[in-house]
Design a protein around this ligand. Structure first.
Ligand code: DC
Length: 239
């Protein structure tokens, strides 16, 4: 069966990473978390104290940075890690999962030149198909020709609660209200930016998983993927 390119876009806390990882596991596809690339670059910029509005330096930094995503070890997978992230050869899997890095990533993601560098990397990584890539612009910009596009969403309150639970599991003290504010601020910036804003592609399937868990959501997308795999195989046979 020919393997597809599956894109999953949606706002923070919509369950993209957990769902995408699970789908990739069931289908035997590669999973790629594009947000981790923006986060890794943001971490480097914060460490070097590059201001988030210094576009020229941030674009130069992006060009001079090597970000690699790898599957987690079984120990890491058991603790919820979905992609290992290496920044210029140094593992930053945990270091990029802070609210500070998330906000910085959302800010540098507004810069067209930064996006161009990371989008090119993402297109290279997914060129062979058989990939589930998640982010904000994967179905609209990175892989507009993808065979299956999903737009995941849930109410802001449920999305904030999911993020809050993640922080709590890591022992970080944040109130649900603080997380809700962080999610609101980031969503607003991600949706309103001029370049590649978070928007549902016209041909994306909208999945509102407010009342669904990861397994239920993944099962639904896997069903859609199996249908598409058959359609693609049938169309190829007719050529
Ligand atoms: O998915 P995430 O929360 O790890 O992403 C962090 C930030 O990176 C997000 O607020 C916006 C940006 N991002 C983006 O602009 N485009 C993507 N494809 C993925 C993430």
């Amino acid at each position: 069966m020919q393997k597809l390119t599956i894109t999953i876009d949606g706002p923070a806390g919509s369950g993209k990473s957990s769902v995408a990882r699970r789908i990739a596991e069931v289908l035997g596809y590669v999973y790629l978390d594009s947000g981790a690339m923006y986060r890794a670059l943001a971490l480097k910029a914060l460490e070097r104290q590059v201001p988030m509005d210094d576009e020229a330096r941030l674009v130069a930094l992006a060009r001079d940075t090597h970000i690699e995503l790898r599957p987690p070890t079984s120990e890491q997978a058991a603790t919820g890690v979905k992609n290992r992230v290496f920044l210029d050869g140094r593992e930053v899997t945990e270091a990029i999962r802070t609210p500070e890095v998330a906000q910085a990533a959302s800010r540098l993601a507004t810069i067209a030149g930064v996006r161009a560098v990371l989008v090119a990397e993402q297109q290279r990584a997914g060129a062979g198909g058989g990939i589930v890539m998640e982010g904000r612009d994967i179905g609209t910009v990175v892989f507009p020709q993808a065979e299956l596009k999903i737009f995941l969403d849930a109410t802001p309150e449920v999305r904030a609660e999911r993020r809050w639970k993640e922080h709590r599991e890591k022992g970080e003290a944040m109130t649900v209200e603080e997380v809700l504010d962080e999610v609101h601020e980031r969503d607003k910036r991600d949706r309103e930016r001029k370049v590649s804003p978070l928007v549902r592609a016209a041909d994306a399937v909208l999945v509102d998983n407010t009342g669904m868990n990861v397994e239920e959501t993944a099962r639904l997308v896997v069903m859609l993927a199996r249908e598409r795999e058959k359609e693609v195989a049938r169309a190829a046979g007719k050529e």
